[in-house]
Design a protein around this ligand. Sequence first.
Ligand code: SF4
Length: 309
Amino acid sequence: MTELSHTAPVGDGSSIVPTGPIDSHSKLRDQDFQAPTGRVGGQGVAGLGELSDMERTERLRKMHDGTLGSVHSWELVTAVDGPGTRLTIFLNGCGLRCLYCHNPDTFFMKDGTPVEIDEILGRIRRYRKIFRTTGGGVTLSGGEAMMQPEFVRRILAGAKAMGVHTCLDTSGFLGANCDDAMLDNLDLVLLDVKSGIPELYKKVTTGDLQPTVDFGDRLAARGTTRVWIRFVLVPGLTDGKDNIEAIGNIITQWRNVIDRVEVLPFHQMGQDKWDSLGLDYQLRDTKPPSPEATEEVRDYFRLLGFEVH
Ligand code: SF4
């Protein structure tokens, strides 16, 4: 999922080939479901090697049933990505191409490291005490975690069975992949609303705004999963009054489930990754917003009655 709203993951960046976005309304198609090419290994750092056809088939089977995932990295963080101390797991694969993405090395599933579900759940189990003491838990981020819905399903169910707080950091673009059974095991969604205007959303992400709106509508109608809205303020791109107001109009409909709105000032920390991957980074000359401009947008959301950070 996100962008600047993601904490920068640690890990290597493999070279990638840009492709277009996928159709968010349909379930993932086989050709989108790229198995990672590295060999299975622990700690998110596997030795890479060529796979035989049989190995590839077996890997795809395990990814389809969610016992294997493509993982970029994980880290233990405090006071970001949800409450308390959290294990944030960055999954590979994303159908959007946000201009300000600071994790472009998570774009493709095939570039991630294959990690077994048991390894992830074992790690969550190990940190249970810390989660309990700090009011933390596990956060699934990316990339877009919902590119791997069956893997996410197993992690959420496993974490819940251990009594661990669960959080999904997502653009909502693939919200249709997050069915009600998954939502039953999801305590918090960090929902990135990148723009409130369809044309601008398309310009910023290459994707459509509507799936995010649909996902937010569903969360509000169910009323069981809490939501933190995240919005990245990019001067000259997302900071127009019409855009801010459009976002305000949308999220006001979800007021019953929103606990906070986070306005995140754009920064240039992703630039090196775009360059090292040989991708065209279009925001090279964009400056971060001033603290005053950021505060002004926060004040707007405060006026709407939200708790704002
Ligand atoms: S391209 Fe994907 S990972 Fe990057 S900011 Fe956009 S939604 Fe997040």
